[in-house]
Structures are given as structure tokens and as C-alpha cells.
Write a protein that binds this ligand. Structure first.
Ligand code: SF4
Ligand code: SF4
Length: 147
């Protein structure tokens, strides 16, 4: 059974300036703001600009406080919008993702009962990638790196 986590969720792309790469600012998201985070990808090396793709979960209010804290620490934040893709060949239009989608980017087409994906409405929360039984929904982390 898939885990269902309540609350606000967003995937963000962080760019650390060289002088910040070693600081544990990301760990402070949980300590100071009660946020959970999951590092999806990281490329950090001493004395160089580093990058990290981070999935953050918690209360929306705390999320915004945490983001403000990261920005104050000199970290550049880019929302990972438009980086969720659906493999049209794999999708079986089961509809499981619809109720998970907080922005109504995934909706049922009432005329032919297929599930439509509107990338313009997607906030890249990543919830659909967790529930899709055939892994049709995915986050392109390589593409996120090129933002
Ligand atoms: S859960 Fe996956 S297979 Fe089912 S409708 Fe959504 S994208 Fe398609
Ligand atoms: S389509 Fe998926 S990633 Fe985008 S907002 Fe809906 S549930 Fe989140």
C-alpha cells in the first residue's frame, strides 16, 4: 500500500553559493520549521557552487518560512515546475492520481473517461509519482538540473 502523507508538499531546486555548500542549512528545515525533506538529487562539492533537488513536506506556512530562511542563507530557490512528465504510452487511465493532485492538473475527461494531464497547472508536488501503479508519472531530475 502506498504511503499517504498529508500536508503541503513541493519539490524545489536549490543552488548553493560556494561559501554555503558545507553548511547544514537544509537540516535546519526540520529543526527550525518542523518540515520533512527528502533529497532527491544532490551535487555538492567543497568550494564550488552546489545544487540539490529537494522534496519538502509540512505545513504550507512553515514551508514558506523555511524557504525564506534558505534564501537568507544565500541559497537560490527554483520551483521544479514543468518537470513532471507523463508517459502517455504507460498510462492506463486508472484515475488513481486524480484525487492526489492538489492543483487539479490531473482530471477526468467526462466524454471518453480518460485522464488528462495539464502541465501548466502542475506544481510538481510529486504526489502522483507515488501513487501511479505503472510509474507513468515521473520527475525529470536531469532536466531540473538544466534550469
Ligand atoms: S495513476 Fe498513472 S496510470 Fe493511473 S491515470 Fe494516473 S498517470 Fe495514468
Ligand atoms: S500532476 Fe502530480 S506533481 Fe503535478 S501537482 Fe498534480 S499530483 Fe502534484
Amino acid at each position: 500500500m502506498n504511503e499517504i502523507i498529508k500536508g503541503f508538499r513541493k519539490i524545489v531546486y536549490l543552488t548553493f553559493p560556494p561559501e554555503e555548500s558545507g553548511r547544514p542549512v537544509v537540516s535546519n528545515l526540520s529543526k527550525l520549521f518542523d518540515l520533512s525533506f527528502n533529497i532527491l538529487k544532490a551535487d555538492i562539492s567543497p568550494r564550488h557552487e552546489g545544487t540539490m533537488t529537494l522534496e519538502i513536506t509540512g505545513l504550507e506556512e512553515d514551508f514558506h518560512k523555511g524557504i525564506a530562511y534558505l534564501k537568507e542563507a544565500g541559497i537560490r530557490i527554483t520551483p521544479v515546475a514543468h518537470k513532471i512528465f507523463r508517459d502517455e504510452d504507460s498510462c492506463v487511465h486508472c484515475g488513481l492520481c486524480i484525487s492526489m493532485c492538489p492543483t487539479k492538473a490531473l482530471v477526468i475527461n467526462k466524454s471518453d473517461r480518460t485522464v488528462e494531464f495539464d502541465v501548466e497547472k502542475c506544481s510538481a508536488c510529486g504526489m502522483c509519482t507515488r501513487v501511479c501503479p505503472v510509474k507513468a508519472m515521473s520527475l525529470d531530475l536531469e532536466d531540473a538540473d538544466r534550469q
